[in-house]
Structures are given as C-alpha cells and as structure tokens.
Design a protein around this ligand. Structure first.
Ligand code: ABU
Length: 830
C-alpha cells in the first residue's frame, strides 16, 4: 500500500485545543479499516499531547512543500460553521492524494474561530498574517460580517479570501472587496423565491424586519424592488441592532401578518421571544426566516434572552414559518471532482461528526458541502497558477513558484486571482465557477412542523422560467386555511333584545297566584258558611272577609307585574304598572288592617278592664279599616296625580352573542318608573311599617288572651314576621338583580305569594280545623272550661295572676254580651 501523508492543522487560541492530524492515504477513501483508524487516532493523541505540529510529510518521491491556507470560520455565534471542517479536511485529503494536482505540494489549513464577529474576524486575520507560516490564501470568513472585515483588509496584503458560505450582497462590491470570491449564492438571490411564495398565496401586504447588517439590509433593499415589481405592498420595514421589541410592536400595530425576518439566529431568538409576547407567533401569522440556521436553532444558548428556553420553544413551535435557503448539497448522483458523489460526501460528513472523536465538538450544518468545494476551488486555482508562474515575466525578472508567494507580491496575487476566475468544476454543491459573478442556484423552501423539524415543502429554480416554484410536499396550515395578509374586516351586527319575563315563568307564577285566589275564595266560602258557628263568629267573620279580599287583591298584582309588551300594548302595560302598586298596597292594607283592627278589639277588651267599657262593634272596626285604606289610597292617588308612573325603556350593556360570531346583543328592559318613585315608595313603606309595628304591638299585648277564637296574636306574629323578613330581603335583592326582569319577577312574586298564602293559611286553617272538630261550636266553652280549670288549677298551684283571670272574665263577658245581642236579633227575626 502506497503511503501518502495528509497533514491538516486545526489551531485556534479561542478553541483551547490544538489538533494535528496525519492520515495515511488509502486506496479506497471510505474503506479506512478499523485498526488503521485506531492507530491513527493514537498517533493524533500522541502528537496533541506533545504539542507537536507536523507541517510536512514524506511523499512517495520525497519531501512535499507545504502550502498553508488560513482558515477563518465561526465555530460559534450567530451562525456556527464548525460543521464544515470534516468536509474541508476531506477535500484536503482528496487534493493531497492527487498526483496530477499540486503534485509537489502538501496543502494545509490553519484554523481560527471568528465567532461570527466582525471585530474578532479582523483580530484573527491579523494573527494569521503576522504568525508563521506564510498563508497563500484565506478560506473564510464564514459569516458575512466576518468576511466583510477580512476581505476589506486582506487585499492590502495581497491575500485572496474565498468564503465558502458568506451570502451578503455587499461582498459583490469589487471596489470594497476587490479580491474576494465565494462559493455561496447571495442572500438576495433568494428574494425571487420569497416573492413567488407571496404570489402563490395571494399575499399583497407584507412586512420585513432585519438585523442591522449589510447582509440583511441589502437583501431587504433588493426585496423592496422585487415586491414593487410584483405589486405587493410593503407595509413596514423594520430594522434593529440588538433589541427588536419596539420593531415587533410596530409590526403588530400595523397589522403585519406576513413577515420576512432576516437576522442571525441569536437575534431570531429575540424576535420570536418578543413576537410571542404579542401573540404573533401563532395562527394568522406567517414568518419567512433564514434557512441556514442550525437545526433547532431556538435551543442554542446565545446568552441573555427575555424568554425561558421553554417559552421560546413553545413560541417557535406554534409559529408558522418558512425557512428559505440556497440548496447546498447537489441533488444529482454525478461523481464530483473529488471522485465522490454528493450523497456519499454527505453521509461521510454526518458519520464523521457523529462518530469521529476529533469532530465531537463540532456542530452539523446543512451548508457543509460549500466548504469542500471552496477548498477544491483554491487548490485548482493554485494548481492552475503553477504553469502561469513559470511563464510570467515578473517585474524583478525572477521566476516564481507557489512557495515564493509573500504578502508583498501583488503580481503573484494577480496570477492566483485570475486563475481562480478560470476555475470551473463539478463540486458537491453542483457546478462551481466564478466567471458569471455570484452563484445562482436552486432555493429550498422548508416549513416547521409540529415535530419541531423543518420539512422541505418545495423549491424554486430561477432557470425554469415557466414554472420556477415547485411544491414537493403539502403545506400544513395551523387551522387548515391559508392565512390572510391582514386581519379580516368583521361586520358586526347588533341585535336589539327585549329582555323580559319568560312565558313559562309568567304563566307558572300566574297559575300559583290563581291557585292562591282559589284558596282565598275557598276560605271566603267557609267563612260565610260558618259565620254563625261560634268559633268563626268569635273571630269576627266580617273582618275575616276583608282579610281574604285583601289577600285576593294582592294575588292579582302577580299578573300586573309580570305582563309585558309582548303580550299587551305598551299603554296597557303602563296601566299595569299602576295597577300593580295599587293591588299590592291596597290588598296589604285591607288584609293586615282588618287583621290588626280585630286584634285591636281584643286588645281593648284585654287591656282596659273597667266594667263600663265601651263595646267595640264590627262597624267601628270597618271604619278603622276604611281610615287605613283612605290613607293608603291618599298616598297612591297623590302619587298617580303628581308623579304618574310611566313605562320606560332602559338599555343594558351591549355584549357578544355567544351563539353567533360577530354579533352583538343590545338588551333592554322595560321599567315602571316615575320621577320621584323613591319618595313615594318610601312613604308607602313607612306607612306600612308603622302598621306592621302596630300589628306586632297588638299581637304582643294580646298574646295571653286564652280564647283561641279571639286571639290571633300568634298568627299575626307569624304574618308580620314573614312580611318584615321577606320584604327586607326582597328590597335588597331587587337592587342587586334589578336589571334581570325575569329573576326579579320570579323572586318578588315568590315572596308575595308565599307571604300572602302563609297569612291566609295561618289565620283560616285553625278555624277550619275547629269547625271540623266541633261543628256545633261547643269547643269554645269546652276549651275555655278546660283552660279555665287549668288556669284555676294553675292559679292555685302556681299563683297565676288575678289579672289573667280578670282578663278572661272580661272577654267572656263580652262574648256573653255579643251572644245576648245575637239572641235578641234572632228573637226579633223570629
Ligand atoms: N450562510 C451562513 C452564513 C451567512 C452569512 O453570514 O453570510
């Protein structure tokens, strides 16, 4: 096996390690056997430990002369080009193995890390030229910002720089960068693809945001022209240095939905972080970003960021972005200049990055094939210069060889420069030549999917004039629809809604009130039928009739308060407003006034025990009730005359219609109102309050009257208690649910029906039970006898006061008097 030694030196003060690799040539490039690899690695380690650098080695025929290329790539920073190294090493290996190419030379590379920084690129460039060995050409920079710094200076040292990956349109400027070459297409060459995508989806309103570097600003400048030609409106073009917050806010304000974002990966993280805070990374937004970022670029730690790693991953994950870049690896199966196909080369690099410990700290980049081709271009240019150098008449009259090159030798540089211009070969990125200015190749369009991987969905071939844009896979839109380039104009309709009491509720409450009226009628019939029965008679049946009538009137209020203009006319509803107040007020006074007046009679009998007491007849009690009614009617009449109640419409808050998108509901209610309603209500409440207090007083004072038929005190107590508690709750709740007519109606009607019914029941059920038990009325005397004997026995045994007995005596006397009168009447009738 013939042995040819390939030396590749990787050196960087910023990488903290130095590697020198000597690989023996094997006939089959990809069949380096395992043992040999182990021996080689051990050799590498040994040399590394000893800090040795082997710059030249023995060839078959004797010593080869080393030629050094200065390698300046970013191994970190906004774009990491370290993944190019295995391909570059392979290119050197292939070149040095060739006997027809640079036969007397051993091509080597000396590395420095530029960290994608313009300043550091200048610094390491000067390191390269001021340190031994002499460099014959520069391979780099990798980032445009670095290439601009290097190429802008290198020409003063007559040093040609060839960048494998720089895409800034600025680098095409031959005045600023007179001896710069690159194997990479410019970023602006992707603009036709960007515009084609916009046209494809009918987007005519787009915006851009870019980092403030020439690479991006010149690309945007070119894009502006292309957009104009395509009749696409650029609504905003934002640029930033290192904090895109304000620019993202501006895009949001301008309703930008389709956004071309051009920046290095570290700034792309900031852009997506800020955009996510404004909900601009989800549905409805399309981002067209740089396609040459590393895989999972959002996970790279670039330092300070306003989002956590998780937040950024979520923001990017839900974003809808297209990544657009130049095609790197050739898609053909042709054997390239290095006797390897593009696919074989790609597999080799991936394998090396995955399995070769030497490359363990390097990161894969999809652009790695450009490094391989760039080294080949340098080698071919140098090789092509050998013969030219032999035949060129130099000013000093001496001949030149490649190894004679120095930084002062402009003539040699010109030979290399022209030789490079003639280079033309098939590389792993496709045909490579520098004759026609910048390379123009196929553009690859990829889309981020749910699996957080960029999937190729199409390509753009500018050579295919008819149909340059080709979709190779379905595009996945988050909600299945192509996003719009603007927020859709929404026509909002407003529906006026009359909020009223539901029919079911109204009918139910009216039915309950109707049942209450029937119950009251039943009590009325009972009261009339058994008015002569002693128990009923003693309870003042005529006044009981008034109580029942009052109760029935109160029930009618349920209808008046619930009826609305869907059922009756507006005017009738206005009348119902009045009727409701009248019904409740008059019904209450009639009912409770009667109840209290007859209790007042009991109170008179019980409280004033003089023998010559005035007899209180029903007539007198009627008059009392009439007076109470008159006061009530007076207040109501004054209200109606001075400040009549009207039906007014009150508009409520407009709200979204949950059932219909883009529809608002503007609800209104109808209210019974008068200008000074609060004062009128206050007058009625005070009046009724006094009445209730009076009733409560009478109930308390008559609580010891032992004749059940006479004594309604505990029933009055229950009724008063009910009314006070429930009315207080009712008034409070009315304020809270005043704008919900149905709830208010349900609640207030419930309270009224309950109070009214309880009042009727507690007053009449004991009477019915008594009549049912003692139809002839003997119960009174029986009960009283029993009670009296009980009281007597109590008096004996427990010293019950004489007052009690006196009171009972008085009551019984009054009863005797009434019965006597009744007897007299009967006698006269007969
Ligand atoms: N193609 C990756 C590097 C981009 C640039 O800085 O030009």
């Amino acid at each position: 096996m013939s042995i040819n030694v390939l030396g590749t030196s990787i050196y960087s003060p910023y990488l903290t390690y130095e590697l020198t690799l000597n690989l023996k040539k094997s006939k089959m490039l990809f069949s380096v056997n395992k043992n040999m690899l182990i021996v080689t690695l051990l050799y590498v380690m040994l040399l590394t430990i000893n800090g040795q650098t082997t710059n030249s080695s023995q060839s078959d025929g004797g010593m080869k002369i080393p030629l050094y290329i200065g390698g300046l790539l970013p191994f970190s920073g906004g774009w990491d080009g370290s993944g190019l190294v295995p391909g570059i090493d392979l290119a050197l290996k292939h070149i040095n193995a060739r006997e027809d190419l640079l036969a007397d030379y051993d091509l080597k590379i000396v590395w420095n890390d530029t960290q994608c920084s313009p300043g550091l690129s200048s610094r390491v460039f000067f390191d390269q030229i001021y340190r031994e060995p002499q460099k014959i050409m520069i391979l780099g920079g990798g980032c445009s910002v670095g290439s601009e710094a290097i190429a802008g200076t290198a020409h003063y040292w007559n040093l040609i720089s060839l960048s494998p990956t720089s895409s800034s349109p600025a680098l095409s400027n031959r005045v600023k960068y007179p001896i710069f070459y690159r194997t990479y297409p410019t970023e602006q060459s992707l603009n036709p693809a960007r515009v084609a995508i916009m046209k494809e989806f009918g987007w005519t309103r787009v915006a851009t945001i870019h980092e403030n570097y020439e690479l991006f600003s010149l690309t945007v400048d070119d894009l502006v022209s292309e957009l104009k030609e395509a009749n696409i409106t650029l609504i905003s073009s934002e640029s930033f240095v290192d904090n895109p917050k304000n620019q993202i806010e501006s895009l949001k304000k301008q309703d930008a939905k389709i956004i071309v974002a051009l920046m290095y990966a570290d700034q792309a993280q900031r852009v997506f972080c800020e955009a996510s805070k404004l909900n601009m990374t989800g549905e409805g937004y399309v981002w067209m970003i740089i396609g040459w970022y590393l895989n999972k670029w959002w996970e790279v730690d670039f330092g300070q960021l306003d989002c956590t790693k998780e937040e950024l991953t979520e923001a990017v994950g839900k974003s809808n972005y297209f990544a657009i870049r130049s095609q790197g690896l050739s898609s053909t199966d042709e054997v390239t200049i290095g006797n390897v196909t593009a696919r074989e080369f790609d597999e080799y690099v991936k394998d090396q990055l995955g399995n070769n410990p030497k490359y363990s700290r390097l990161t894969f980049t999809i652009e790695h094939p450009f490094g391989y081709d760039a080294v080949w271009a340098i080698a071919l240019a140098l090789n092509g210069s050998i013969d030219v150098l032999k035949t060129t008449a130099f000013l000093d009259g001496r001949m030149r060889r490649l190894e004679d090159y120095t930084y002062d030798d402009k003539e040699m540089m010109m030979v290399f420069f022209e030789s490079l211009a003639r280079v033309s070969f098939l590389g792993v990125t496709g045909p490579v030549s520098f004759e026609k200015g910048d390379r123009v190749g196929i553009t690859i369009i990829r889309q981020l999917r749910e699996d957080l991987l960029e999937h190729k969905i199409g390509d753009f071939n500018p050579v295919d004039v008819q149909d340059p844009l080709r979709w190779t896979s379905d595009i996945v839109w988050p909600d299945g629809k192509v996003p719009l380039d603007h927020t859709p104009e929404v026509i909002i309709t407003t529906v006026i809604l009359h909020v009223t009491v539901g029919q079911t509720i109204f009918i139910s409450m009216c039915a309950l009130a109707g049942a209450g009226i029937l119950l009251a009628l039943g009590f009325l019939v009972f009261n009339i039928k058994f008015r002569k029965q002693r128990y009923v008679k003693l309870s003042s049946p005529n006044l009981n009739n008034l109580i029942i009538t009052g109760g029935m009137i109160v029930y009618t209020g349920i209808f008046f308060s619930g009826v609305d203009t869907k059922l009756v006319s507006f005017n009738f509803k206005a009348v119902c407003c009045q009727l409701n107040v009248w019904a409740l007020s008059v019904g209450f006074v009639l009912s409770f006034g009667s109840m209290f007046s007859k209790t007042w009679r009991v109170y008179q009998v019980a409280a004033f025990k003089t023998p010559k007491r005035k007899v209180i007849t029903d007539q007198l009690l009627y008059k009392m009730v009439a007076v109470l009614l008159l006061i009530d009617v007076g207040i109501l009449t004054a209200w109606q005359v001075i400040d009549p109640m009207k039906l007014v419409v009150k508009e409520l808050y407009t709200r979204d219609d949950p059932a219909t998108p883009n529809q608002l509901i503007s609800p209104y209610i109808e209210l019974c109102e008068s200008d000074y309603i609060i004062y009128w209500l206050l007058a009625l409440y005070i009046y009724k309050g006094i009445l209730l207090i009076f009733g409560a007083f009478l109930a308390w004072e008559t609580r010891k009257v032992t004749i059940e038929a006479l004594n309604d005190s505990k029933f009055i107590g229950i009724s008063v208690y009910n009314v006070i508690i429930l009315c207080s709750i009712g008034v409070t709740v009315s304020f809270l649910i005043g704008d919900d007519p149905e709830a208010l109606y349900l609640f207030l009607s419930g309270i009224i029906i309950f109070c009214n019914t309880v009042t009727l029941l507690v007053i009449f059920i004991p009477k019915i039970i008594s009549v049912w038990k003692y139809p002839a009325g003997e119960s009174i005397s029986a009960t009283n006898t029993t009670k009296r004997s009980n009281i007597s026995s109590s008096a004996t045994n427990q010293s019950v006061s004489i007052d009690n007995l006196t009171e009972e005596n008085d009551v019984l006397k009054a009863t005797v008097k009434e019965l006597t009168e009744e007897l007299e009447v009967k006698r006269q009738e007969s």
